[in-house]
Design a protein around this ligand. Structure first.
Ligand code: COA
Length: 384
């Protein structure tokens, strides 16, 4: 028997043990179940509904911390209460590139382009450092806000460096000082979105870093991975769903009909969490405390109760709880962001995690280079 390479398949073990070939080792599509890294950054404990950053629970971090402190924790491993992260100005070369982009460009394309040009304006030595991570994480919200204005025919505004990163993003997007509750809510969303294990975009960042490429290249690749709908999530679909439901009174009938047709209710269920998603719990508290858009949030909270009750009734064999997307939608809509910016705002939040993984990867680097099983034709000759 031969495999497609034309080599005979292995038979009886020989006296001298040799490394198994790619045909002998198990293949896991999507690398599911494969341990691809060791990391001290975050723990996603789906069974118990826990998410820890460097050992601290997400709920406590949202309640007592800021994104600046949390990002610093992810980069350094230490809790520095005085950590700050003001928004950084956008270099002229980046603004030139953003001005040249079509106004209807996908905001993720604009963000990825901005990070790429930013990288070209820096001298980013390898290995990546917390200082590089800080500079990049502080730059990106300003760049996305600049694009958000340019696409409306408005001029970008300078960042107010007395603000935190989330508030500074809102100020640069809207051209006005942000509402304090909105800035706090978006900061909480940034904390919740900062890190979530070896997901596709984080893995991408680690792969790029493992080649000794720079941190901006790692984040560009990560943004590209996050742009895909299988990863970037769709809190905007939650917004559309709430619009379709219309009012809490209509929720029960709407949800029963949708589940009866075999449809999914957006913002519920999770592949890993078999308990209430701790990020949703943290954001629900934040959403409850927000003064802005109170009617919309009130409706989201009341519809959630109905959906949980109906899902428990109609899918009794499953644990279907609220996931992060539901309250991400509530917060992002509540602070007045347009739904088409939701994925790119998620990317801003994830900068802390991506760059922390880039630093960690470089610290114990080994080129990431998995093996492949060849399934093409056996060796052959071109036609005469
Ligand atoms: N609404 C209604 N039913 C749901 C559901 C939802 N949101 N999520 C899962 N189910 C049901 C499925 O219909 C299926 O029912 P069945 O066994 O009667 O056929 C059962 O639960 C298992 O579904 P499965 O897709 O195998 O579960 P999963 O854990 O792999 O799915 C998600 C995880 C996230 C893909 C899924 O819950 C989903 O599609 N949710 C809605 C989209 C969403 O909110 N995505 C953001 C995730 S952060």
């Amino acid at each position: 028997m031969t495999n497609p390479t034309g080599a005979p398949a292995p038979s009886a073990p020989s006296a001298a043990p040799s490394a198994p070939t790619a045909d002998e080792r198990p293949y896991s599509p999507g690398l599911e179940g494969v341990i691809g890294a060791e990391s001290a950054i975050g723990l996603v404990d789906g069974k118990n509904g826990r998410l820890l950053y460097r050992g601290y629970r997400i709920g406590e971090l949202v309640e007592r911390g800021t994104y600046a402190q949390v990002a610093d924790l992810l980069w350094t491993g230490e809790w520095h209460p005085d950590a700050t992260l003001p928004p950084a100005p956008v270099p002229p070369a980046v603004l030139t590139a953003l001005r040249e982009m079509p106004r209807d460009s996908h905001p993720m394309d604009a963000l990825r382009t901005a990070v790429s040009v930013w990288g070209a304006t820096q001298r980013l030595a390898w290995p990546p450092t917390p200082e590089q991570a800080r500079a990049l994480t502080a730059f990106s919200p300003s760049a996305l806000a600049a694009f958000g204005r340019l696409r409306q025919g408005l001029e970008p505004v300078e960042p107010d460096t007395s603000l935190g990163l989330a508030g500074g993003f809102l100020q640069q997007l809207n051209g006005a000082a942000p509402d304090a509750a909105a800035a706090r809510a978006l900061d909480a969303y940034f904390i919740v979105g900062a890190e979530h294990g070896l997901n596709a975009s984080t893995f991408t960042a680690r792969v790029i870093t493992s080649t000794r490429s720079d941190i901006a290249s790692a984040v560009c690749g990560a943004i590209g991975a996050l742009k895909g709908p299988l990863h970037g999530g769709a809190p905007s679909e939650v917004v559309n769903q709430l619009h379709a439901i219309g009012s809490p009174e209509r929720a029960e009938a709407w949800v029963r009909e949708a589940v009866g047709r075999g449809e999914r209710i957006m913002g519920f269920g999770h592949r890993i969490y078999r308990a209430y998603d701790p990020r949703a719990a943290a954001l629900r508290t934040v959403a409850d405390e927000m003064g802005t858009n109170a009617d919309w949030l009130d409706m989201a909270v009341r519809v959630e109760d109905v959906v949980l009750r109906v899902l428990a009734d109609m899918k009794p064999g499953r644990v279907l709880k609220t996931n992060v997307e539901y309250y991400a939608a509530a917060v992002l809509q509540g602070v007045g962001l347009p739904p088409d910016l939701f994925p790119s705002v998620f990317a801003l939040a994830r900068h802390a995690g991506w760059t922390a993984h880039s630093i960690e990867q470089a610290g114990a680097n080994k080129l990431i280079r998995p093996d492949m099983r060849y399934t093409g034709p056996a060796e052959r000759q071109l036609p005469a």
